[in-house]
Design a protein around this ligand. Structure first.
Ligand code: FES
Ligand code: FES
Length: 134
């Protein structure tokens, strides 16, 4: 169990009401899947995006995180943040922004890094499927 007293209210909000939890169909060519782990603690995050071929924008996002409250909050925040963005825009989101928004303490920075890694990995997977990976 997680001791919620250790977390900022913004983290607790995402932890208790995570946005966009779920799974998208991996075999859909418009879906990119990112699966990353944090060696430090063993936490795992899966983040999936669905991209509109015509506009190049992210039209759906789902995540599943097996990890600490900060990792769940970071992926929930990221899922809201990237919805409607182009891949170029989504690629630029850094963990420092997440850490700032959620007021994560230094020991929890790697949790936000997981969310940055996950979106990068999902974008690469989508590009690989589309044959547009550079
Ligand atoms: Fe407080 Fe882990 S629950 S530091
Ligand atoms: Fe490892 Fe949060 S403690 S992801």
């Amino acid at each position: 169990l997680v001791d919620l007293r250790c977390y900022h209210p913004k983290v607790i909000d995402h932890y208790e009401n995570p946005r966009n939890v779920g799974t998208l169909n991996k075999s859909n060519p418009a879906v990119g899947t990112g699966l990353v782990g944090a060696p430090a603690c063993g936490d795992v995050m899966k983040l999936q995006i669905q991209v509109d071929d015509k506009t190049g924008k992210i039209t759906d996002v789902k995540f599943k995180t097996f990890g600490c409250g900060s990792a769940i909050a970071s992926s929930s925040y990221m899922s809201e943040r990237v919805l409607g963005l182009s891949l170029d825009e989504a690629e630029k989101i850094q963990n420092t922004e997440i850490a700032r928004e959620l007021s994560l303490p230094p020991v929890k920075l790697h949790c936000s890094m997981l969310a940055e890694d996950a979106i990068q990995s999902a974008i690469r997977d989508y590009q690989k499927k589309r044959g547009t990976l550079q």
